[in-house]
Design a protein around this ligand. Structure first.
Ligand code: PMP
Length: 445
């Protein structure tokens, strides 16, 4: 017999004893998810939850999507894995589809197993292409946790400091409603960020390799610049020959509703030079990748293989998932249901001092929380809402900058229904009111 009250507690203790202390776990009583279906998941104790977060983590379309399961088991029944040293039909077919969807002329695709690795590869390409190891990134950004990508991540609250030798310069613009330019209107904000970028570049020898940016910052709290900011940046970058890398790990595949890729909100100047993707495209299988025009992709001067990137079973999963997404117009669903969810959350939050802003695009919605009566980010409010919503059967995420996870991150699978959106918004409304009361706020009626 163990000294623990339940198998769940025992597992938690074993997790703590053998995994790193810095591996973050949500909830006072962390969840062990054992089943999923559609937009719902179930834990080891049989509790059922509406999943308002997993859509961005792993499950782009729906949990346990039969089409993906079938593609995986058919492929696994033939051969699980080969290597990029041999021809691989599922990889070629998926690369063709992604290249066609990318908007990048003469696009080439390279598959990885994660977003971190995709960004690492993008860095390898951009630095080789430009012969420089200086890179621009955005304040409050997140790009991964490898030795090179931590050095790009401006949001240190979600990424360890490291002794990575990468030289990164951080530009303003990823966060619209906080920071030194927050008081300006959109046009003046964009002009100020462009001037700041020019100033930053003036401090270099002009040999920067690339700018990497998330169109909507994910881990940083679902915050985005005014539309067109990256097009304005691009004009400056092109004058210096600097590449634009769009990190679409959270924003790709229609998540933002109006656009298939997040960069399209800025598209007056054309597509980025490099796009990276990962997370939900495999609907649970580890798939990431890089898309670049051939000239950039082919700038490496040595042969290469990836042992697991592009493995047929993950390609089959991603292919089936992408086909489902396109056939069912889940981008359109993200726009319609996301728009409704945003409105519903805004009315649920009206009059609550704990809510500073409800913002979002498609099914990527952030609720920024503060200590009522102040403008101070409140990680405690976010924890209270997460716990209360969980008790009421809804899972959400959190994120944000300045060492504070004070923004609720809402990113359900893209097949979310109207009824589920309405139910989830009602639960979150109650959870927000719980946090408001707990923190001593006085909601205006
Ligand atoms: N880029 C962005 C924008 C991300 O949100 C993440 C993951 N949170 C990554 C890169 C890293 O992806 P992965 O966890 O698959 O390595």
């Amino acid at each position: 017999m163990t000294a623990h009250e339940s198998p769940h507690q025992e597992l938690h203790a074993r997790h703590r004893a053998v995994l790193p202390d810095w591996l973050a776990l949500y909830y006072d009583r962390p969840l062990e998810l054992t089943h999923g279906e559609g937009r719902h998941v179930q834990d080891a104790e049989g509790n059922r939850y509406l999943d308002f977060f997993g859509g961005i983590l792993t499950t782009m379309t729906a949990h346990a999507l039969p089409e993906v399961g079938k593609a995986v088991s058919e492929q696994a029944g033939r051969i699980l894995h080969t290597s990029t040293l041999y021809l691989n039909r599922p990889m070629v077919e998926l690369a063709e589809r992604i290249a066609a969807l990318s908007g990048i002329p003469d696009a080439r695709v390279f598959f990885t197993t994660s977003g971190t690795e995709a960004n690492d590869t993008a860095l390898l390409l951009a630095t080789a292409y430009r012969g420089s190891r200086q890179v621009l990134a955005m304040r409050n950004s997140y790009h991964g946790r490898s030795f090179s990508t931590v050095a790009l991540t401006g949001n240190r609250s979600w990424s360890p400091t490291s002794l990575s030798p990468f030289q990164t310069l951080y530009a303003h613009g990823g966060v619209r409603t906080r920071g030194p330019f927050a008081h300006l209107d959109d046009a003046a904000f964009t002009a100020a960020c462009v001037a700041d970028l020019e100033d930053l570049l003036g401090q270099t020898r002009g040999d920067v390799a690339a700018l990497i940016a998330e169109p909507v910052q994910g881990v940083g709290g679902f915050t985005s610049p005014p539309d067109g900011l990256y097009a304005a940046f691009r004009e400056v970058l092109q004058r210096h020959g600097i590449l634009w890398i769009s990190d679409e790990v959270q924003t790709g595949w229609g998540r933002t509703g109006d656009h298939f890729w997040g960069w399209q909100a800025h598209d007056t100047a054309g597509p980025p030079d490099i796009v990276t993707f990962a997370k939900g495209i495999g609907n649970g299988m580890s798939v990431g990748g890089v898309i670049a025009r051939a000239e950039v992709m082919n700038s490496l001067d040595a042969g290469s293989i990836s042992t697991f990137g592009g493995s047929p079973v993950t390609m089959a999963a991603a292919g089936a998932n992408l086909a489902y997404l396109l056939e069912h117009d889940l981008q359109g669903n993200a726009r319609r249901v996301g728009g409704l969810l945003l409105e519903r959350l805004r009315s649920a939050a009206a009059g609550l001092g704990v809510v500073r802003e409800v913002r979002g695009r498609g099914l990527m919605i952030g609720v920024e929380l503060v200590l009522p009566g102040t403008d101070d980010p409140s990680p405690r409010a976010a924890s209270l809402v997460l716990e209360a919503a969980r008790r009421d059967g809804v899972l959400v995420g959190k994120g944000g900058g300045h060492a504070t996870a004070s923004v609720l991150r809402i990113a359900p699978p893209l097949s979310l229904t109207v009824a589920e959106a309405e139910h989830g918004a009602d639960v979150l409304g109650r959870a927000l009111r719980t946090a408001e009361t707990e923190l001593g706020g006085k909601a205006t009626p």
